[in-house]
Design a protein around this ligand. Structure first.
Ligand code: AMP
Ligand code: GLY
Length: 415
């Protein structure tokens, strides 16, 4: 197969490495790719979507795999499908599970999928009146649209909740905000591949969202991950599969929005059972860099089958068996991330290698023989081991051999 991977992050580097392991692959192309993806793929530089569609035709691409949420929410999968191109990734309507918080909350209510109490407001005065009259003080306010991780404010009291509404609800003609009951518990994520009717389990992970050690600092796209998620026992994984994944795939099908692609269920394990914090219509980043190296099965075969509605699977029958090991991922970022990252330094130590470790590129650029730290999140270093202690040791040993001016990373991932 000739496969085209869309995206340029650490997640896509991990996807490229997993696809490259498939015996089905003849050639991997990427658009736009990055310096790490270029080890596995021929990177295309298409100026716009029409150039991309031309390239797909000229190259004779058999399957397009869409990595990030923005093109999915923007309907790229639908446009490719309409042009007769096979694609792995959610349709625009299905991607609303991530693209609109209110859509996802309404959907979960309709299908009895466990979640916190919530309300949707378009008018600021209505939102504020609701909070003023509500006895529970702690809320979470979410902008109802894609916000690259910046659209959620966790508020401790009424004053903070009202401030959050004022920050996030600036356009009363826009999508508005969702105000949620603030629930508490350990967070964990579960990942599935779906073909519109069936879903196959591909693992769990715990994300580290805050910028600094001890879960301090701003929310980021993710500064580290551990897979499997330590808190998700086999029993809880079964519960999440049954209560969240199966109900979601069946509900989307019943509502004529069959869900095809990766499904990311962000969960909170509360005293009251598992609840959905959010859905994403893509793999996680850096969760992909934790889970994909653990997969033994043929990811490309599963993505092809999903794109054809032909993934006859369930939790027991998965073709994507996971190794019985643990992965710890440490993200190395440029100082200033997530607000305003400084960038431009040359990365040293990339050529070294260490057993049971992998280095995935996110914000890197090739400049002659050098690799430049050009993004906010720059690298994701994965350590594998028989247990978490070993995986963590391996990850940090490899991190210790890589350096550039202005690097920072958390020292407590998997600790
Ligand atoms: P989201 O972008 O929806 O995943 O929200 C970002 C983070 O905010 C989550 O990872 C949680 O830590 C927190 N969060 C979101 N919704 C809630 C909620 N209803 N109760 C408590 N914490 C939440
Ligand atoms: N690491 C969180 C995400 O990918 O959304």
């Amino acid at each position: 197969m000739k496969v085209l991977l869309i995206g340029s992050g650490g997640r896509e580097h991990a996807l490229a490495a997993a696809i490259a392991r498939s015996p089905l692959l003849d050639e991997l192309l990427a658009h736009p790719g990055n310096a790490g993806i270029a080890e596995y793929a021929r990177c295309l530089d298409c100026a716009d979507e029409s150039a991309l569609f031309d390239a797909i035709e000229i190259e004779g691409v058999d399957l397009v795999v869409i990595g990030p949420e923005a093109p999915l929410v923007d309907g790229l999968a639908d446009r490719l499908g309409a042009a007769g191109v096979a694609v792995f990734g959610a349709s625009q309507r299905a991607a609303m599970l991530e693209g609109s918080k209110a859509f996802a909350r309404e959907f979960c209510d309709r299908h009895n999928i466990p979640q916190p109490a919530w309300r949707h407001f378009r008018k600021r005065a209505d939102a504020i009146a609701y909070v003023e009259n509500h006895t529970d003080a702690a809320h979470v306010v979410k902008a109802d649209g894609l916000a690259a991780g910046k659209g959620v404010i966790v508020a401790d009291d009424k004053a903070e909740t009202i401030a959050a509404i004022n920050t996030l609800l600036t356009d009363e003609d826009g999508a508005g905000v969702v105000i949620e009951e603030r629930i508490s518990g350990v967070e964990a994520s579960l990942f599935a591949i779906a073909d519109g009717t069936n879903a196959v389990f591909i693992g769990t992970a715990q994300d580290y969202k805050r910028a600094y050690d001890g879960d301090k600092g701003a929310n980021t796209g993710g500064m580290g991950a551990v897979s499997p998620a330590p808190a998700l026992t086999a029993e809880l994984t079964e519960e999440a599969w049954r209560e969240v994944v199966e109900k979601t795939i069946a509900g989307m099908r019943a509502e004529s929005m069959p869900y095809q692609g990766f499904l990311y269920a962000g969960l909170m394990l509360t005293a009251d059972g598992i609840k959905v914090i959010e859905f994403n219509c893509r793999f996680g980043d850096p969760e992909a860099q934790a889970i994909l190296p653990r997969i033994e099965g043929d990811l490309l075969a599963a993505m092809r089958d999903a794109s054809q509605g032909n993934l006859g699977g369930n939790l027991e029958k998965t073709s994507l068996s996971l190794q019985d090991n643990v992965a710890v991922v440490v993200v190395m970022a440029n100082q200033g991330y997530p607000e305003k990252a400084v960038s431009g330094a040359v990365i040293n130590g990339l050529a070294e290698s260490a057993p049971n470790t992998l280095v995935f590129h996110a914000g890197t650029t090739q400049a002659g023989a050098d690799i430049i730290a050009s993004g906010g999140r720059v690298l994701a270093v994965t350590g594998l081991g028989a247990n978490q202690t070993e995986a963590r040791k391996n990850a940090y040993a490899r991190v210790g051999t890589i350096a550039w001016d202005g690097v920072f990373y958390r020292r407590d991932i998997g600790g």
